[in-house]
Each structure stands twice: as structure tokens, then as C-alpha cells.
Design a protein around this ligand. Structure first.
Ligand code: CP
Length: 299
């Protein structure tokens, strides 16, 4: 049987994604009920982090533990990856010893090269192009607080980067309408956007947010863009998400941010604590959605 990977949302069918999201909600319920569920006993996840992480690392490590398995964390600095061992050789070696691999690298090409060489499932734990794991948690969170996301209106305001790209894929896979507002200079990949009828771009945050059910943003300087942060602060002027901007959305709209946030930049200092913000539930749901993903790929 062909090895399944999760490098972007388009690697799964809409039905498979819906299954993973609803299973995440069930696993969350079981966890709160104290139910013991260990389908991954004896299984090992290797996590390769080229970039920093708090949520992704903790969600996968705790998730494997709760499912009865084991997780090991590898950073290029302490492995042979930083001493030029080819990524394909690393993939083949890890597949001899572990049951699944999660990889966070800047270059999306490294994730795809790793997966092509791997005999065990590979999960993209975030690359410059996509952050599909975050979208599982975001959809789970929206559905937990507001019901089905299909047919709803979502506004993404900020940088047309990996989170924006994942929202474009999600709008097609989960069937919601997406309005993206970015500066002209930081638009999402035009080829990706062109293939998705349910998503459209504007340079006006107010137009994107009007009547939205969900408003999302991400940092203006993601990992790898830190050196451009001054220039980016100028380019993104007028794109800060504030309670006043959120007032243009529907009355029961919610606000999400994958975190970490730069309070006072892409979000006003007060927005994460606004009653419409569900960012900490969203962060917590990384655990349950990653467990559902691990169970789907390994269990
Ligand atoms: N949202 C997210 O992926 O967080 P980390 O970078 O802390 O993993």
C-alpha cells in the first residue's frame, strides 16, 4: 500500500479531513472524560525541528504520550543533518526505526524530498509554503464554538504566506468562502489562488472582514523573515486586526491567530483578550487534532 503523507491539506480528501476534525473533537471529549485510549502503544514519532516551536512540539509529544506511543525530538544541530547528511538518507534511516515522522523546515522542497524518500508517513509541521496541521485545529475550533464551517465566510488579513496558503486550500477542502486582505507587495501565491474558486483577494482589510464569521491573522514577519521586520511593519501599515475592525464582521464572529502573536503589530495589544478571541482554545486544539492525525496515519 502507498505510504500516506500529510504535507498539505490537499493530500487528504475532503471526507478524510472531515473525519480527522470530527475525530479530534471526539478525542478531546474522551480526554476530558479521563478515558484511556492507547492505540499507538509501541509506536514512535520522530520530530525534526529546523525551526523553533512551542505548540507543535508540545502537541505532538503530549499527543503521542496520551495515545500510548513515544516521541523523540531531533534538531539539525544535534544530528548529522547539519553535517550535510542528505535529507533523503535521513528519511530512509528514520523509516527503519520509527513509525511516523513530523518535519518542520523552512524550505518546502525539503519536506517533499523527505517524504518522497520515506517509507513511513511524513507530516509537515510547517514549512514556508504550508501549515496544514494548524488548519485542522482552526477548523476544529470554529466548529466547536460556531458549528459547521462549510458555507461560512472567513477573512484572512495579513501576510500572504504559509497560513494564508493553508487557508486557501482549506476553503476548497472544507467548502467555505475566503476573503484575503494583504498588501499588494505580500499577496499569496497567485497560482495557488487561481485554482480555488472559493477564495478571493483584496488589498482592503475592511472589505475582507465585512460580514465575516471568522477573522484570522498571522505575524507579519514569520520565521525566516526576521531581517525584514522594519520594512514589513511599514508595508503592513493599516492591516492590524483590532476590535474596531472586528466590529465590521458578523455579531457572532470569532477571531483566531495561530500564535505566537506580536501584540501591537498584526493584532492590537487587546485583541487576544477580547471575548470574540478563541486563540487559546485554538492553541489547545492543536493537541487533539494532532492526535487525530497521528491515529489516522499510524493507528
Ligand atoms: N502555531 C504554531 O505552529 O506554533 P509553534 O510555532 O509554537 O509550533
Amino acid at each position: 500500500m502507498e505510504t500516506r503523507h500529510f504535507l498539505s491539506l490537499t493530500d487528504f480528501s475532503p471526507e478524510e479531513l472531515t473525519h480527522v476534525v470530527s475525530r479530534a473533537a471526539e478525542l478531546k471529549r474522551w480526554h476530558h472524560e479521563g478515558r484511556d485510549w492507547r492505540p499507538l502503544a509501541g509506536k514512535t514519532l520522530a520530530m525534526v525541528f529546523e525551526l523553533n516551536s512551542t505548540r507543535t512540539r508540545v502537541a505532538f509529544e503530549v499527543g503521542m504520550h496520551q495515545l500510548g506511543g513515544h516521541a523523540i525530538c531531533l534538531t539539525p544541530k544535534e544530528t548529522q543533518i547539519s553535517r550535510s547528511e542528505p535529507i533523503e538518507d535521513t528519511a530512509r534511516v528514520l523509516a527503519e526505526m520509527v513509525d511516523i515522522v513530523m518535519l518542520r523546515t523552512l524550505r518546502h522542497e525539503d519536506v517533499t524530498a523527505f517524504a518522497e524518500a520515506s517509507a513511513v508517513p511524513v507530516i509537515n509541521g510547517m514549512s514556508a509554503r504550508f501549515h496544514p496541521c494548524q488548519l485542522l485545529a482552526d477548523v476544529q475550533t470554529f466548529e466547536e464554538v460556531r458549528g459547521p464551517i462549510a458555507g461560512r465566510k472567513v477573512a484572512f488579513v495579513g501576510d500572504g504566506y504559509n497560513m494564508c496558503h493553508s487557508y486557501i486550500n482549506a476553503s476548497r477542502q472544507f467548502g467555505f468562502e475566503l476573503r484575503i486582505a494583504t498588501p499588494e507587495t505580500h499577496r499569496p501565491d497567485s497560482a495557488l489562488l487561481a485554482g480555488v474558486n472559493s477564495a478571493e483577494w483584496t488589498d482592503c482589510p475592511r472589505a475582507a472582514v465585512e460580514n465575516a464569521d471568522l477573522v484570522v491573522t498571522d505575524v507579519w514577519s514569520s520565521m525566516g523573515h526576521e531581517a525584514e521586520s522594519g520594512e514589513r511593519r511599514r508595508a503592513f501599515e493599516g492591516f492590524q486586526v483590532t476590535p474596531a475592525l472586528l466590529d465590521l464582521a458578523n455579531d457572532d464572529a470569532v477571531f483566531m491567530h495561530c500564535l505566537p502573536a506580536h501584540r501591537g503589530e498584526e493584532v492590537s495589544a487587546d485583541l487576544l483578550d477580547d471575548p470574540r478571541s478563541v486563540v487559546f482554545t485554538e492553541a489547545g486544539n492543536r493537541l487533539h487534532s494532532q492526535k487525530a492525525l497521528l491515529e489516522f496515519l499510524v493507528g
